[in-house]
Design a protein around this ligand. Structure first.
Ligand code: MBD
Ligand code: FE
Length: 307
């Protein structure tokens, strides 16, 4: 057995200097975190006898993740975005908040400023072939009272699994809308059922996932931010039931309460009544929000978005 360098006075002194723990300047909490992260990395190197060649490969890997703008994919792929959700859930439970629509990860593909309309919207603006989706529901508070004037900010992939803005072939804000709930707290929209998503096959996220025997796919889903004055912002998604990857999401976002029933309508009279020529799908899903209060943990997650 080689001596553990990490426990020597020399390396302990090195870490203290690295993290600025030997001076009085700077942010005390940050110093401790830097010391911990560097220590844990050194420990990994030592425990797994990571060679310098392997280490530099890891460093260029991380550089590639940043240069490919894939931090937002690697983090959910490593379960860290879901872990942050679990921690927020835990904090809320400790503060006595229970029930309500569960949160699940935001993901990296939200764009601010989608068109805003009252009560209803049509999300699909680019022509596509696929199944038309009508989704509706009510935003309520924990007592079941409708929340009028809530903003349902919805975004999802197209029938090929791509998101507008990131996919330049779509028009701006395709499949992205903000809908203000009506006086009964209701929202509804027409769209196209999305396909599941896959990380870029040639990108660094997929490179790591493939190397550890994983895939980089998500089951079909629809994202939501639901917000209203006096209520805690809700970040969530619904899954499209029946997707084979429903419980095999590379981003770990599926939650049982977020898989609403989907009805596929094939009756010609119903199809005709909707002004369509093909079978269509309907989903009804209500969102339950919690009232905001001063002593609760922060509900809003600040995060940089692509623009
Ligand atoms: C997505 O659509 C998504 O929601 C997440 C979390 C990661 C990658 C693509
Ligand atoms: Fe998504």
């Amino acid at each position: 057995m080689r001596e553990k360098l990490l426990y020597t006075a020399q390396v302990k002194a090195l870490i203290d200097k690295v993290a600025g723990l030997d001076n009085a300047e700077g942010d005390q909490r940050l110093k401790k975190i830097v010391a911990r992260v560097v220590t844990d990395l050194m420990q990994t190197i030592e425990d797994f006898d990571v060679s310098p060649t392997e280490f530099w490969a890891a460093a260029s890997y991380l550089e590639k993740v940043g240069m490919s703008h894939e931090m937002g994919l690697l983090i959910p792929g490593l379960g860290l975005e879901h872990f942050l959700d679990l921690r927020m859930d835990q904090e809320e439970r400790a503060a006595g908040l229970i029930g309500g629509t569960p949160r699940t990860i935001e993901g990296p593909l939200y764009i601010e400023g989608a068109p805003l309309s009252k009560g209803e919207a049509r999300l699909d603006q680019d022509p596509e072939t696929g199944e038309v989706l009508f989704m509706d529901g009510q935003v309520k508070d924990a007592a079941g009272k409708p929340v009028a004037g809530a903003i349902v900010d919805v975004w999802h992939a197209n029938t090929a699994g791509w998101y507008s803005h990131f996919d330049q072939s779509q028009t701006p804000f395709n499949l992205r809308r903000r809908i203000e709930t009506d006086e009964d707290g209701r929202y509804k929209f027409r769209s196209m059922l999305p396909a599941g998503y896959g990380v870029p096959p040639d990108g660094p996220t997929n490179e790591l996932l493939a190397a550890i025997g994983r895939h980089g796919k998500r089951p079909a889903h629809i994202h939501f931010f639901v917000s209203a004055p006096g209520y805690r912002k809700l970040t969530t998604q619904i899954n499209i039931d029946g997707d084979p990857l429903l419980h095999d999401d590379f981003a770990f976002a599926t939650r049982d309460e977020l898989i609403p029933a989907i009805t596929h309508h094939t009756d010609p009279a119903e199809i005709n009544a909707r002004g369509l020529n093909e079978p269509f799908a309907t989903i009804t899903f209500d969102f339950t929000m919690h009232k905001e209060a001063a002593d609760l943990p922060k509900a809003v997650v600040e995060r940089a978005h692509a623009a």
